[in-house]
Write a protein that binds this ligand. Structure first.
Ligand code: UVW
Length: 321
């Protein structure tokens, strides 16, 4: 018989929370750690001016990597040369013609940020807001306050796939605190307080190499990634990590076998500590460059869209070395 999952209210009853830390009105959580001084600390990491844009192609004809319950983005032309050729549109006075298009997509249907109101348990959002405020659009903890603040600071790439000596981690393979520290040691760099962590698993490359079979082997959604443990949760709290980004769809080990829970770090970090999750990052080019020049830190700039009441937003983050 399948094991009954432990409820997060029980699993995380003694876990650290940042609720109330920045006041009763706070909606940006651990982003509060990213002050102007942190932006300057990030800017001091710029050495060569190399820029890496971490978004994946959007609305690719072969399909995009997505959470299984979400459908593919649909992009369609609303105006193009065909409208003029068929007489449905006329050039503007002076001769200008134009192309326009429309996209219908999940806001989390590409490289993206989760709003702090995107997930909850125990019937409260981050900072204790009522979950009914999500009905019809997030009145609290939407992506908008995150977009107004921006996610800017010192980024550090932790290349776990290279640490483990393989092109990608395996399905549901855990990443522990010891792995994070071992990756930093191998790379001869130090994870500092308030760093924005980019965790490379190599998983997303499997999608571009092998399609959906690459990321859903045997039809299962079991991604590798940061693994829930009290040690991991306390480490994030002690290090005051504002945000994480990864090359997987959900940013963490999917299934925590011991508790029988799924995406436990969305509960322990996003919901409890207000850590901002950035998912589906393309890290292959950045990682290859870091390996080549030995520099794993950079200015990170994440600028989600100001989607009013949105539960998330597409983004094309920049790592500037
Ligand atoms: C869920 O976990 C439901 O979504 P995401 O991976 O976008 O955070």
């Amino acid at each position: 018989m399948a094991k009954k999952p432990v409820d997060f209210t029980e699993l995380l009853k003694d876990a650290p929370k940042n609720w109330g830390r920045w006041g009763a009105d706070d909606e940006i959580g651990a982003l509060n750690f990213l002050t102007s001084a942190e932006v300057l600390r990030g800017a001091r990491s710029i050495k060569s001016g190399k820029v890496f844009m971490l978004g994946v192609p959007l609305a690719h004809p072969k399909g995009d990597p997505l959470y299984p319950s979400r459908s593919q983005p649909i992009r369609t032309m609303a105006m193009d040369k065909g409208f003029y050729l068929s007489g449905l549109a006329q050039p503007m006075p002076g001769g200008i013609e134009y192309a326009d298009d429309v996209i219908v997509m999940y806001l989390q249907g590409t490289t993206q940020y989760d709003a702090l109101g995107h997930v909850w348990y125990g019937d409260k959002l981050y900072n204790g807001y009522d979950t009914k405020t999500t009905i019809g659009g997030l009145q609290k903890c939407s992506i908008e306050p995150i977009a107004n603040h921006g996610v800017v600071g010192r980024g550090i790439l932790l290349d776990i796939a290279r640490l483990k000596g393989k092109p990608s981690l395996d399905a549901n393979e855990p990443i522990t605190v010891a792995d994070l520290e071992a990756a930093a040691a191998r790379q001869q760099c130090t994870i500092e307080k308030h760093d924005i962590l980019l965790i490379r698993t190599g998983w997303l490359k499997r999608f571009y190499d092998s399609g959906f079979q690459g990321i859903f082997p045997n039809g299962e959604f079991k991604e590798p990634g940061l693994a829930y443990s009290p040690e991991m949760v306390n480490w994030f709290h002690r290090m005051e990590i504002p945000s994480i980004g990864t090359d997987t769809i959900a940013s963490e080990q999917t299934m925590h076998e011991e508790s029988g829970t799924v995406i436990a770090l969305h509960a322990a970090l996003l919901h409890d500590q207000g850590v901002i999750f950035n998912e589906i990052d393309w890290l292959e080019d950045l990682a290859a460059d870091c390996e080549a020049d030995g520099q794993y830190t950079f200015l990170f700039v994440g600028a989600p869209l100001k989607v009013v009441r949105g539960a998330g937003s597409p983004v094309n983050p920049a790592a500037i070395k």
